[in-house]
Ligand binder design. Sequence first.
Ligand code: ZN
Length: 142
Amino acid sequence: MRINNLYRQVIMDHYKNPRNKGLKGFRSSRLRNPSCGDDVTVEARISNGVLEEVNHDGKGCSICCSSASVMSEVLAGKTIDEAKEIISSFYKMIKNEEFSEEGLDEAVVYQGVSQFPARMKCATISWTALEELIGDGEVEQK
Ligand code: ZN
């Protein structure tokens, strides 16, 4: 993939040293991307409308796994509303639409993925899993 070098380094760092990896048994959501073999579970500890802690586990390609790690850092500590806003900005960025960088922090490293439609799902899968998780509000999942 032809991605800016600095961005590439951040992605590889999160791939090799994933942050917040390993589940602790909070409410979780699992998504798979058969075309690439990505299989990601995301969980969050939510208290008073705030994502106190975000963890992930699973396997997949470097884009998918690193993105889950970045996502867990970017969204931890945010309110559910803030998280939804940031997730929506992330999708816009991946689709090469106009987006706000506010709150995205390190997640901007996936900008280049917009040039590779086949990898878009890899970059967004963990974000979609979290979106499903918080979209349900307080409803208990599986
Ligand atoms: Zn993938």
